[in-house]
Write a protein that binds this ligand. Structure first.
Ligand SMILES: C[S@@+](CC[C@H](N)C(=O)[O-])C[C@H]1O[C@@H](n2cnc3c(N)ncnc32)[C@H](O)[C@@H]1O
Length: 319
């Protein structure tokens, strides 16, 4: 990766990475690619609007920190969360179907050991709620919170605590019970993001937060993180550009993404964040109008250069 392409960021982006410890954690999941760093921006975006949005749709909801925060902080009337992954969906469906208390108690009464976890995961689940419990076990005991096939138990973990290092039953139960308090404002759909985006295409009262799995520059990171990692990004940009309501997308800061943003008439701004390995990097916030994001310069990519050099020579411009 040519570092000089990114040199503008440190000179022109006078923003520090978000201290994620300062953002209330609402989600049950440890989520690869989780959007905690976006939360201060979410508040700016939604509070800065003339009319408060009626509905926020999150078509790739994953751990759902954005949707949950929008409701808990009363930034929108309600949210519609969408997820294709059957195991993640089982957790949301269980809670939304009113079985959150069952899940909370199951977590509180489970004695977490490697043997017990293995035994639990070998069981044939008898209903969605049991799949939900298995998913929570995997998410909390597998390396990096990765539930997708090929993942496995944390080996050393925090202070050598191994499998117990991310198992916080009381915290998880509290988060589920807190979500129970706002159930009337949450909806969940187990299905395809594109279908839902298209269904709400002409609705001006809806805002979308779109955070798809992305495999930057063909590095294929996404297919280890998620069961469903393949998305037609060109098509996603196109359907998002056709929405009557406002939309924000977040993506890795890659040349391909900057090219797609320009191609479909979006603005893009780089935001510093820390990845799970605590390395500082930037992600792009992409939207129709990012004037509410003060103090961060827009970037654009010369589509001519992108097309002609395949990831090599394109010039990043500040506009
Ligand atoms: C980058 S993650 C979202 C992370 C989320 N923003 C968070 O903070 O936890 C992308 C999610 O999209 C899901 N996904 C992939 N393809 C999908 C599709 N066609 N429709 C709905 N969800 C999809 C994946 O299973 C994954 O959970």
């Amino acid at each position: 990766m040519q570092r000089d392409l990114f040199a503008f960021e440190s000179q022109n982006t006078p923003v520090k990475p978000v201290n994620v410890a300062s953002v209330p954690q609402r989600s049950l999941f440890r989520y690869p690619g989780g959007k905690t760093w976006f939360i201060p921006r979410l508040r700016q975006w939604l509070q800065g609007r003339i009319a408060r949005p009626k509905l926020l749709i999150e078509p790739f909801v994953g751990g759902g920190i954005v949707s949950l925060t929008a409701v808990f902080e009363d930034l929108v009337d309600s949210v519609l969360m969408v997820e294709l992954d059957m195991e993640i969906a089982a957790v949301w469906e269980t809670i939304i179907a009113g079985k959150g208390e069952w899940l909370a108690r199951r977590i509180l009464t489970f004695e977490m050991t490697r043997e017990n976890a293995l035994r639990e995961l070998k069981k044939e689940p008898n209903g969605l709620h049991e799949t939900a419990f298995q998913t929570i076990i995997k998410n909390r005991t597998f390396h990096g919170g990765i539930v997708a096939a090929g993942s496995g138990f944390i080996k050393k973990g925090e202070s050598g605590k191994g499998i117990l290092s991310r198992w916080y039953p009381a915290t998880l139960a509290k988060r589920i019970r807190d979500i129970d308090l706002v159930l009337g404002r949450l909806r969940f759909y187990h299905g395809d993001a594109f279908e839902v985006i298209r269904n709400y295409r002409d609705d001006r009262d809806v805002v979308f937060f779109v955070d798809p799995p992305y495999t930057a520059g063909g590095k294929n990171a996404g297919n280890r993180l998620y069961t469903h990692f393949q998305v037609d990004h060109d098509l996603l940009f196109r359907v998002c550009s056709e929405l009557a309501g406002d939309v924000i997308m977040t993506y890795d800061n890659s040349e391909e993404v900057r090219y797609l943003a320009v191609k479909y008439g979006f603005e893009a701004k780089p935001i510093p964040m820390k990845n799970t390995h605590h390395a500082e990097m930037t992600e792009l916030v992409i939207g129709k109008n990012l004037s509410w994001m003060m103090g961060v310069d827009r970037v654009s990519e010369s589509s001519y250069a992108y097309k002609n050099k395949k990831y090599g020579l394109a010039k990043t411009q500040l506009v």
